[in-house]
Design a protein around this ligand. Structure first.
Ligand code: TXA
Ligand code: MG
Length: 331
């Protein structure tokens, strides 16, 4: 299959291009498209054959459920039985935006979309291309991140092309994604809501609105968030997370190079290495983390050292991704 990449205006998407993509979705095909978080790989949530294609294009295990994307609030009724009050509050404040809520699913959603769970993950993205595509497709769109299984999520169309070339018919290239980390996921089916994946929308912001929430523990993550148990976000290079001070990073750079390794460092401070990315602030670090992982792979870097940040607000989301990618954490 030839993969076509179409450049599309991110502020005022050309309707012809949206329609071309929507026709693919309507006919049971896959389209990769930008959201404000990362690129997604979309299919009609009510078409089982189309859903299967998502799993096979990504090499994704079937027990890892998908997030369903909607463009208008009424579409919640197609996917879920009831919308509890806490959900209403969160939706009002954060949609469209990088927040995925988990609710009890309605019967008509194929079990393939939710990996046999009785619950369903739903979000309304803030990207205008994504919203128009969903509208024009006339169906909610199930979409995981558009990377190969276990690889870093794509923040540019070329990342999608690298992973899925010849496996999908179309990529809508709407430029770089703004946030660069996947949405916050909150499970609202329990008495006390649980954050299953931290993201740009923080625990603090959520608690301000709906009261106390829990953060998923490492043990229950395996059961509650089926996809999280897998290896994630991993570049080919070995990733080392260093929480300790700056001198420790210097030491590791020297040591790795002694072993003949090419070393890169990512963080809020500048470090001398073969490659170094100094982020301006946490937003910049979040936006560029996965992109740098991919760039450093291209440059045949052997070891990527990430300088730890405080696990607060966006820092919690960044550290969550780095910890999953890391083979070694130095405190
Ligand atoms: O920002 C995002 O959320 C991006 C963009 C494309 O919207 N999507 C994304 O999807 O990150 P994905 O498939 O890469 O991650 C979704 C994760 C799954 O790995 C799974 O753990 C969790 O969401 N999930 C989905 N449905 C769930 C459910 N019913 N219960 C618990 N966890 C669920
Ligand atoms: Mg993913």
């Amino acid at each position: 299959m030839k993969t076509q990449v179409i450049k599309i205006n991110s502020k005022n998407p050309e309707i012809k291009k949206i329609q071309q993509a929507a026709n693919i979705i309507k006919n049971g095909g896959l389209v990769a498209f930008p959201t404000e978080t990362v690129y997604g790989l979309g299919a009609d949530v009510f078409n089982k054959e189309a859903l299967k294609k998502i799993f096979s294009a990504k090499g994704r295990p079937f027990d890892d459920p998908l997030i369903v994307h909607i463009a208008k609030k009424q579409d919640l009724n197609l996917l879920t039985k009831n919308v509890p009050e806490k959900a209403e509050k969160l939706i009002k404040k954060f949609w469209p935006g990088p927040l995925t809520i988990i609710l009890n699913k309605s019967k008509n959603v194929p079990m393939l979309a939710t990996a046999n769970l009785d619950t369903i993950a739903i979000r309304m993205p803030e990207n205008i291309i994504a919203l128009k595509l969903i509208e024009e497709s006339d169906t909610p769109i199930a979409a995981p991140s558009a990377n190969s299984f276990s690889k870093p999520s794509p923040t540019l169309a070329k990342h999608v092309f690298h992973d899925l070339n010849k496996k999908i018919p179309l990529i809508l290239n709407g430029g770089e994604t703004e946030i660069g980390l996947e949405s916050t996921i909150i499970d609202l089916t329990e008495k006390c809501p649980i954050i299953l994946r931290p993201g740009k929308i923080s625990q603090k912001e959520i608690e301000k609105l709906i009261g106390p929430v829990k953060i998923i523990s490492k043990q229950s993550e395996k059961i509650k968030a089926p996809g999280m148990k897998y290896k994630h976000y991993s570049p080919n290079a070995k990733v080392i997370l260093v929480m300790a001070n700056q001198n420790k990073i210097k030491e590791i750079v020297i040591e790795e190079r002694l072993y003949g390794k090419k070393v890169a460092v990512i963080g809020l401070n500048y470090h001398i290495a073969d490659q170094s990315y100094k982020a301006k602030d946490l937003n910049d670090l979040g936006r560029n983390l996965f992109k740098k992982f991919r760039e450093f792979d291209k440059q045949k870097i052997d070891t990527i050292i990430v300088e730890g940040v405080k696990e607060k607000d966006l820092g919690a989301a960044i550290m969550n991704r780095v910890k999953k990618a890391a083979t070694q954490i130095i405190n």
